[in-house]
Design a protein around this ligand. Sequence first.
Ligand SMILES: [Zn+2]
Length: 185
Amino acid sequence: MSDAAPVASGATPPPATETGPAPASVWRALASVVDPEIPFVSIVELGIVRGVERDRDGWTITLTPTYSGCPATRVIEEDVRAAVLAVTGAQARIVTALAPAWSTEWIAPEARRKLRDAGIAPPHPVGSAAASAPRTIAFHRAVPVRCPRCGSTRTRELARFGSTACKAQYRCADCLEPFDYFKPH
Ligand SMILES: [Zn+2]
């Protein structure tokens, strides 16, 4: 409709790709956003952030929630919008990617250490010796969850759901401490 408009009218906004913050600074900003259920681990370390892209209209952040229906998801989205706005001055568009589903495999090694330090047993890695051993249900059930406090494998599940739906509650038979186990998923 404005075919006849002068090209150099000055109405064209500066190309977003030439100025403004780089994706790396957005990633850094997102590294300050935490999962409210695990407030010491960032959503980047958890593998929730799947993509940071910039286009003409602004920023698109792709997230894969850890557990669908997790009430933390809304909080995380609001925090992501605030973080992107703070560093870019632009609104973020949030895309939720449900396939492939989030896996505890995506949790960074550093985050596993933080979980352990916080008294939460990190999920068994799917590629671990335990998981690649003969795949019988009996064996799988026998894989012990290691106590994050004393390292003992003499632990027992008390409840399938711990402080949140993504954790099971365990107790250590050696130090007698109850602890949460981040369930593999
Ligand atoms: Zn223990």
